[in-house]
Every structure is written in C-alpha cells, then in structure tokens.
Write a protein that binds this ligand. Structure first.
Ligand code: CTP
Ligand code: MG
Length: 194
C-alpha cells in the first residue's frame, strides 16, 4: 500500500499522524531540557557560543526518548484514531521497523533544531531569537533527511510519493509548530511564543 490508495483528506491526516513523533519530540525537549549544555559553554572564533544554553543533553535525550514513546503509544493505542481517519490498521503505516522510524523521526527533529541553533549563533542571534523560516522547518527537514537515508524506503512510500505529503508538511508544519509553542508559552514552559 501507499498514499495513492487514500483520498486527499485522508492523506493529509495520515501524513500528520506518521510525523507525530517528529512534531512532539521538540515539545518534549522543552519539558526535559535545560540541563547540561551540549557545547559545554564553549565559544567559536566569532565569540558566540557554538550552540548556546538552549541545546542541552537533557533536551536531546528526553526529546528523542519521548518521541519514540509517542510512536509506541500511537502504534499500540492509536488504532481507533487511524482507523477512523483512513479505515486502515496502524501496522500498514509503520512498516517493518517502526522503532527505527520513531527514532529517526524524533532524533532527526532534535538534530535539525540543534543544527539551526548552530547557524543562528553564527548570525549573532541569541538564544530564543527569532529566525523565521529556519525556526519553522529545521526540525522537519532533518527528520525527513535522516529517515530518507536510514529508514529503508519508508519515507519513499509514505512521504516522497506524489505532491500531497510535501504540501501537507509545508502548510501544516508552521501552523502546528507555532500553535504548540504558543501553548507552551502560555503555560510557562517556553520563554517565547515561537
Ligand atoms: N531544549 C533543550 N535541549 C534541546 C532542545 C531544546 O534543553 N536539544 C530546551 C531549552 O530549554 C530551550 C527550549 O527547550 O530553551 C526551547 O527550545 P528552542 O526554542 O529550540 O531553543 P531556544 O531557547 O529558542 O534557543 P535557540 O535560539 O538556540 O533556538
Ligand atoms: Mg526557539
């Protein structure tokens, strides 16, 4: 099976469903993060931090494990949701190596966010400063890239198949990302609403 077996609306929600470990990994990192900066406070030749205090081991580990946990919950307890949307069992969507996919999606999201911070620091931007397009797509791009390289064909079946998935991600990602961050800001988890 692949996405062509589903309608446009179904495809839209399937894409959001299967990318959920990536979407939530960064949110979980905000909760677990803040301890043990990955760059250990070190600076580069431009006198700015390599990554900054916003990129920590506790965020990277917590977000990765949390994202895998999200996938596990989806796989084991999400059948009624995905069945309602697509009329299909969960196993169809996660392939033969679901935990590898969960890991790649979650770790990729955190790694993308970390890579973006590296570039933000090189532009003299401080922790939390805005970097419009990069901030919104960094995590999803790296998630897709890692899954493409290491996911054994999973991404080719479900995301790189026709234009609907990429369209979905392009439109939905900034909205979801911003939405979650506004909630995080309102409940005091995040310092900025972006
Ligand atoms: N966080 C973390 N470790 C990570 C990712 C996130 O500890 N690998 C936590 C940090 O407390 C961070 C918060 O989640 O401040 C929000 O993440 P993000 O918006 O990505 O970081 P910023 O503080 O905006 O820093 P930057 O400018 O480097 O993006
Ligand atoms: Mg930020």
């Amino acid at each position: 099976m692949n996405l062509e077996d589903y309608s446009f609306v179904q495809s839209f929600f399937i894409v959001l469903w299967i990318m959920m470990p990536a979407y939530l990994a960064n949110t979980i990192a905000v909760v677990t993060g803040g301890r043990f900066p990955i760059d250990q406070g070190k600076k580069m030749g431009d006198r700015n931090r390599i990554l900054g205090d916003g990129k920590t081991w506790s965020g990277l580990l917590g977000g990765t494990i949390g994202g895998i946990a999200v996938g596990y919950l989806q796989l084991n307890f999400g059948n009624s949701i995905i069945d309602g949307i697509a009329g299909t069992n969960n196993e169809t969507f996660w392939g033969d190596t679901p935990f590898l996919i969960f890991f790649l999606l979650a770790f990729g999201a955190l790694f993308g966010d970390l890579t973006a911070s590296f570039f933000k620091r090189r532009q003299n931007l401080n922790r939390g400063d805005k970097y419009p397009l990069l901030d919104m797509y960094d995590f999803i791009v790296m998630s897709l890239l890692l899954t493409l390289i290491l996911g054994g064909g999973w991404l080719q079946t479900w995301i790189l198949d026709g234009i609907v998935p990429l369209f979905t991600l392009l439109i939905a990602t900034p909205i979801l990302h911003r939405g979650v961050n506004i909630i995080g800001f309102k409940i005091g988890l995040k310092n900025e609403p972006w």
